[in-house]
Design a protein around this ligand. Structure first.
Ligand SMILES: [Zn+2]
Length: 239
């Protein structure tokens, strides 16, 4: 096989391994970020529940005030009842007292509903706080272990980085720069085999004339569709 092709194939193999390692690091970091985001969301939920409680308590204070005014009013109407003489006056005051009592009943019912809701929200907050504590501990532990894992991966990677540099230095500068650009633009795959006339990078057919050149095995070309560096290596010869 052509030496240049062999160098490129080896380099790409190393680079793909390095990509896998980088992906592994990214996945671990992402998992950690997700845990942290969950915790932030939970804190925000707690703050929102607390706001709901504050609003309900405000409503309750107003109702308490209205209730005591209504009670005072009913009481004063009841005293007034003792002093009135005519039946018509009595009927009017009785109506006022009945209305007052109805208002008191409605307000008391509203207050009970508010108290129940505050109780339920308080229980939700307690549960969320428990979860925050659990997840906070979990995050701390995960942060520590992820950091260790990533450090170990990076340390292992150093040897492979050196290996990569060594192989890259063997490739002619212009070709290497083309290879690097292609890797960036073509999702990590700069070099592709052509099998049965089909580029294994983009899976498009290449012109028969170019395929015939590749079949000789001593040259590499550029895929007319994806611009990858293409070569031909029979499936059996591939490692
Ligand atoms: Zn192609």
């Amino acid at each position: 096989m052509n030496e240049v092709i062999s160098q490129l194939i080896t380099l790409q193999k190393i680079d793909l391994q390095l990509d896998t390692i980088d992906n592994e690091i990214k996945q671990k970091q992402d998992a950690l970020d997700k845990l942290a985001a969950l915790l932030v969301q939970r804190e925000a939920d707690i703050a929102q529940l607390n706001e709901q409680i504050s609003a309900l308590e405000q409503e309750r204070r107003i109702l308490d005030l209205e209730l005591s005014e209504e009670l005072a009013h009913v009481k004063s109407r009841q005293s007034k009842m003792m002093q009135v003489q005519t039946g018509r006056e009595q009927t009017a005051i009785l109506k006022e007292i009945e209305d007052g009592k109805q208002g008191i009943k409605e307000k008391e019912e509203k207050i009970v509903l508010i108290m129940e809701e505050v109780e339920s929200l308080t229980a939700q907050i307690a549960r969320q706080k428990e979860l925050v504590q659990e997840e906070g501990k979990n995050l701390t532990a995960e942060t520590g272990s992820t950091k260790e894992t990533i450090e170990a991966i990076i340390k292992n990677k150093e040897g492979q980085d050196q290996n990569r540099q060594q192989h890259a230095s063997q490739v002619e500068a212009k070709l290497l720069s083309k290879y690097n650009v292609l890797r960036e633009r073509r999702n990590g795959l700069a070099v592709a085999n052509v099998l049965a006339g089909v580029c294994q990078g983009c899976f498009m057919s290449i012109p028969p004339q170019q395929y015939n050149i590749l079949l000789r095995g001593d040259r590499h070309l550029e895929c007319p569709v994806c611009q990858r560096i293409i070569y031909h290596l029979p499936p059996d010869d591939q490692e």
